[in-house]
Design a protein around this ligand. Structure first.
Ligand SMILES: Cc1ncc(COP(=O)(O)O)c(C=O)c1O
Length: 350
């Protein structure tokens, strides 16, 4: 289809949305990007308007969970340009997932073309600079054969839709909005399973512990390692971070999703602030020795942790200014307020 053209009344350049009060919710922007893999080749179909999918009923994604997704954000900078954050890292993570699920990986340039086109086509819906909101991107991949046997598909769909979003946890980031989490009674991933890739099935397994935590008044569930149920893994859809004295620590585990936000924060801590960093096993009881705790991810950004509860045990934490420093630096780089020394911003051609 030809490039979308928008016309505005009264000098507006944005859709009539209350960008400063958005939640983290689905919103049907007009366009999405689509590509198909069949006969051994990826074919970009370009922009489509329909937000419904039509799939063969035997599709592997439907029956056997041969499916992956990504979550990323783009921000409008002060200069008016729109920047995605490290999109090639998400492309690599999805390709790694596709290889693990024995399917055809989306080539990196096609992955990034998809997010570029989906954002550019929905420009009036990209939150403006200073609104506190961002454009969330949801690239996804699925096996879609006419099939009945338990085997990988030969045909795949890659699609990207986008939604303007506000904070994931109510209240966003701030000194007064620490969150409380409950140690879940169930695992989200098997010890040598799919925890390290962004396969939808991991998230279906997280509904029960997540819903139980929310019903008990907590923001999300904290996961322990599925082998020993002793070491901290991650929290909902976010990785765990802690400060032990001067050192920023995070769990080392095969079953944790390698978060691009976490990678960026650990890198900033080490390269920019010269703070010691460690990626290692963190037993739950070590929470008693931590000075501060937080979780991080595209959606959560950095969310500091006020309290963690496991049955009758609990650990409480205060806000730590180092979270603020990391948050301000990450957000500043993402929206163009700060220099981009590591070339993490990717300007979207609009
Ligand atoms: C299970 C899980 N852990 C961690 C993260 C954070 O990863 P990222 O920083 O790449 O968004 C996510 C979100 O994608 C997630 O779903």
């Amino acid at each position: 289809m030809s490039k979308p053209r928008y016309y505005f009344n009264e000098g507006n350049t944005k859709a009539d949305l209350d960008f400063t009060n958005l939640g983290f919710d689905y919103f049907p922007c007009p366009y999405r990007f689509e590509a198909i893999y069949e006969y051994g080749v990826w074919r970009a179909r370009g922009l489509v308007e329909n937000n419904q999918l039509e799939l063969p009923e035997g599709s592997q994604c439907v029956h056997y969970g041969q499916q992956l997704f990504e979550g990323m954000k783009a921000n409008t900078g002060k200069d008016g340009n729109v920047y995605a954050f490290r999109p090639y890292e998400n492309a690599k993570r999805m390709a790694e997932g596709a290889r693990y699920l024995q399917g055809a990986a989306v080539p990196e340039e096609l992955f990034v073309l998809g997010i570029e086109e989906a954002i550019a086509a929905n420009l009036p819906f990209v939150p403006p600079y200073g609104s506190g909101a961002a454009m969330y991107m949801r690239p996804f991949w699925m096996g879609i054969d006419d099939n009945i046997g338990v085997k990988p598909a030969r045909k795949y769909l890659y699609r990207v839709f986008v939604c303007p979003v506000g904070p994931y946890f109510k209240g966003g980031f701030g000194k007064d909005v620490g969150q409380q989490f409950m140690v879940g009674a169930y695992d989200r991933a098997a010890p040598l399973g799919t925890g390290h890739i962004k396969a939808g099935g991991n998230y279906a397994s997280s509904f029960k512990p997540g819903c139980e935590a929310k019903a008990a008044g907590f923001a999300e569930a904290l996961y322990l390692d599925p082998t020993n149920r002793r070491y901290i893994e991650e929290i909902g859809a976010a990785n765990f971070l802690g400060f032990k004295g001067d050192t920023l620590i995070t769990p080392d585990s095969h079953t944790v999703l390698p978060s691009i936000t976490r990678d960026s924060l650990m890198f900033l801590a080490h390269k920019m602030f010269d703070w010691p960093t460690e990626c290692r096993k963190i037993p739950l009881e070590e929470l008693a020795e931590l000075d501060a705790a937080a979780c991080c991810g595209t959606a959560a950004v950095i969310t500091w942790i006020k309290r963690i509860v496991d049955g009758t045990q609990e650990w409480t934490f205060e806000f730590d200014e180092r979270w603020q420093k990391l948050y301000d630096t990450l957000i500043g780089i993402q929206n163009g307020d700060l220099e981009d020394p590591f070339h993490w911003r990717h300007e979207i051609p609009t």
